[in-house]
Design a protein around this ligand. Structure first.
Ligand code: GDP
Ligand code: IMO
Ligand code: MG
Length: 427
């Protein structure tokens, strides 16, 4: 019963979608286990671009059962719009299954997300304003509404009313906004979403176990990334779920003994969207070039991503947090024209050198990267298909990463297209 987790090892947008799509060829089921439509996973297949937010990135293959697990927060309107978009573009979504235990994002969650951000002023987190935090907060407060509640109108209305007693107090008394009418909202959700969503709602934990017991290969697709993890990321500049590999277990309903492979996805450099510490951040021309060549603007929100050099200190920590078995390095081609390339191998914190990510966030803010600088390869890598095609300088760059991070690089990618990748050892 082989199972693989694909997990982001930096601050998101590493290319998880591309590798999930790529690996899906060998899979039977692809499961999203956390996050919501704050994710933007881009696939480029035969020159055609798909930007997915909620539907798992394996969905483009006919043989895949795409699953949205219990750990995901689902905006039913967004999900239906995405299914429509994919169907119009010839992708059959009839096999998509959504966990009845997944929580719903309601329009008031998005309103609250924007209000909390505005309330924070300069201290804002830079969330995607998709309602992710408020929806997970309601889940924790036991005020959430689950996908399965849609199937029983009485329960759905009752839960919405109960939840809005609290939320309407927040909206009216703290933010001076109008209250939400629970019955009007229930009418809208039930009339627009129930029928089209009904065939997709399922006991996904059971489906996943049936697949595993039948010896099928299941892929768990992480959204966001290790350093946006609610527990292990740069809190409070994080998302409200657990993207780290353990999140796949709780967010899908499988135990850790089912997982035999954890593939970490890392960009050949680093980007971050939104606020928060970022030791290797670049504010110079090199940074602008990474953004420009790498087209580092959010798939989802269009925001400019903050650029920086590859950080092996963070990556070593990501290996521990996720039990990474291997790494895929993406966007190697973006470095093609650089004279030199840098890897952060340690931090200097108030005069002391460390190769460990400090637990105290003030130290992360104070960390000055110590770089190892290598000559660039000054070669177009976009057509490379085998490791032996790589120039010696690119090979040295990957070897430095392997050595400093401590796990093998088994895959690398040299362009957004499905076929633009290098496969270094057996998949
Ligand atoms: P995800 O959120 O981790 O799935 O990543 P995103 O899709 O948000 O961002 C990655 C971006 O890089 C997308 O636009 C991909 O099409 C693109 N991409 C992925 N791999 C490569 C690569 O090897 N080279 C280049 N140039 N672009 C890539
Ligand atoms: P994928 O799956 C990059 C960031 C936001 C913000 C923080 C909290 O495409 O890699 P949220 O809306 O989740 O409450 O915002 O997390 N963020 C992402 N950054 N890629 C993502 O997803 C992200 N999802 C959330 O920018 O800093
Ligand atoms: Mg993304």
């Amino acid at each position: 019963m082989p199972a693989t987790i694909v997990v982001g090892t930096q601050w998101g947008d590493e290319g998880k979608g591309k590798f999930t799509d790529l690996l899906s060829k060998e899979m039977s089921m692809v499961v999203r286990y956390q996050g919501g439509h704050n994710a933007g996973h881009t696939l480029v297949v035969d020159g055609e671009k798909f930007a997915l937010q909620l539907v798992p990135s394996g969905a483009l293959y006919d043989h895949i059962v795409p699953v949205i697990g219990n750990g995901v927060v689902v905006d039913p309107f967004v999900l239906l719009a995405e299914i429509d978009m994919l169907t119009r573009r010839g992708v059959d979504c009839s096999k998509l299954r959504v966990s009845g235990n997944a929580h719903l994002i309601m329009p008031y969650h998005q309103q609250l997300d924007a209000l909390y951000e505005r309330h924070l002023g300069k201290a804002k987190l830079g969330t995607t304003k998709r309602g992710i935090g408020p929806a997970y907060a309601d889940k924790s407060m036991r005020l959430g509404i689950r996908v399965q509640d849609l199937l029983d109108e009485m329960i759905f209305r009752k839960k919405l009313r109960a939840s809005l007693v609290h939320t309407n107090k927040v909206l009216t008394k703290i933010f001076n906004r109008l209250p939400v009418d629970p019955d009007m909202l229930a009418d809208k959700v039930l009339s627009e979403c129930l029928e089209p969503l009904k065939p997709h709602i399922a006991d996904t934990t059971d489906l996943i176990h049936e697949a595993l017991e039948a010896g099928q290969h299941v892929l768990f697709e992480g959204a966001q990334a290790t350093f946006l993890d609610l527990d292990h990321g740069t809190y409070p500049f994080v998302t409200s779920s657990n993207p780290t590999a353990g999140g796949a277990c709780t967010g899908a309903g499988v135990g850790p003994r089912h997982i035999d492979r954890v593939l970490g996805i890392a960009k050949a450099y680093v980007t971050r969207v939104g606020a928060g510490p970022f030791p290797t951040e670049l504010f110079d021309e090199d940074g602008d070039r990474l953004v420009e060549i790498g087209r580092e603007f959010g798939t989802n929100t269009g925001r400019r991503r903050r650029p920086g050099w590859f950080d092996a200190v963070m990556l070593r920590h990501a290996v521990r947090l996720n039990s990474l078995t291997e790494l895929a390095i993406t966007k190697l081609d973006v470095l093609d024209t650089f004279e030199t390339v840098k890897v952060c191998v340690a931090y200097d914190i108030n005069g002391e050198r460390t190769t460990k990510l400090p637990y105290h966030q003030s130290d992360v803010h104070a960390a000055v990267p110590v770089y190892e600088e290598l000559p660039g390869w000054k070669t177009d890598l976009t057509a490379a298909t085998e490791r032996r095609h790589l120039p010696a300088e690119a090979e040295a760059y990957l070897q430095l990463i392997e050595e400093r991070v401590g796990v093998p690089v088994t895959l690398a990618s040299t362009g957004p297209g499905r076929s633009q990748y290098l496969h270094f050892s057996s998949l």
